[in-house]
Design a binder for this molecule. Sequence first.
Ligand code: CA
Length: 372
Amino acid sequence: MKRRDILTAAGVGLAATALAGCQDSGNKQATGSAAQSGGEQQTFNWKMVTSWPKNFPGVGVGAERFAQLVDEMSNGRLKVRVYAAGELVPALEVFDAVSRGTAEMGHSAPYYWKGKVPAAQFFCAMPFGPNAQEMNAWLHHGGGMQLWEEVYAQYGVLPMACGATGVQTAGWFNKEINSVNDFKGLKMRTPGLGGEVLTRMGGTVVNMPAGEIFTALQTGAIDATEWIGPYNDLALGLHKAAKYYYTPGWQEPNVTFELDINLKAWETLPNDLKAIVRAAARAINGDMLDDYNAKNMEALEQLRAQGVQVRRLPDEVLARLKEVSAEVVLAAAAADPAARKVYEHLAAYLARLVEYAEVSEKDIYNIRYSPS
Ligand code: CA
């Protein structure tokens, strides 16, 4: 009873405050000093271009949830219309579209722009690099976001981390991988630094958006592809186009997705809407990872039930991939001053995280309950 009394009293208090706020706002408008309250009432209709098929599980749904959350949190004052890949601009032109202001917002993966912004890939994924929680620690509490903002500012874009996949799979193959020589001549879809590793291993690497992968694999235009993980791979039907499903996702222990915001558009938002966008991006950044962790597990159960062969890459192959990855990462960092600065910051931070993981996550994985 006492607790209810307190809650009721608090509710009355809040209602009274809100009412006072309304009257205050109304008074301001009535007296003509409405510049600030006028700004607070302005409604913004923004476009968000994405690299994903409509309502695509995980990453595409995350973009939709972001828009919905912003709408609800802002009481409809910031409406974000989400465009699937190709609706307004092609999948791999999201960054340019936001940079030039064709759309106020975009949702995509930073490493798609490595040709234009070499440093971007280090905010996204690194072969044998950080997992999702390590990437999030660096970005949000280790100085990573400041670097990301600095790198994108020259393109007129404000980045925010907005989703993570967690550990990916090594991908779908129509040729068995038994030794390092099996990568020679392999035609594979893999973006980012992982793609460069496969090129050095003798493979031929292509990049293509999600919507084109299944057909390329089915027709033999490519021999192999990685995409994300069981949840997304099942949705694309990749198990119907390839024989072998390899783990682990050495090339992408995590991929972090980005929310891109045109800086000029950003500056037109009042501070409360800016705070809402930041809070929604943080919420979706975490929620998408939760979604992947839950659905990847379920999807892999389904794939196994359908007879998919899940194979682990041989130790010898993983060891060579790790060596080549180190070369590729260092070469990418050396090729561009901004990339070097970002890489060195991330690498130094990751070394500390890895040391901590030895006495925390890694050890718990070893000792915790396991399925009997
Ligand atoms: Ca991937």
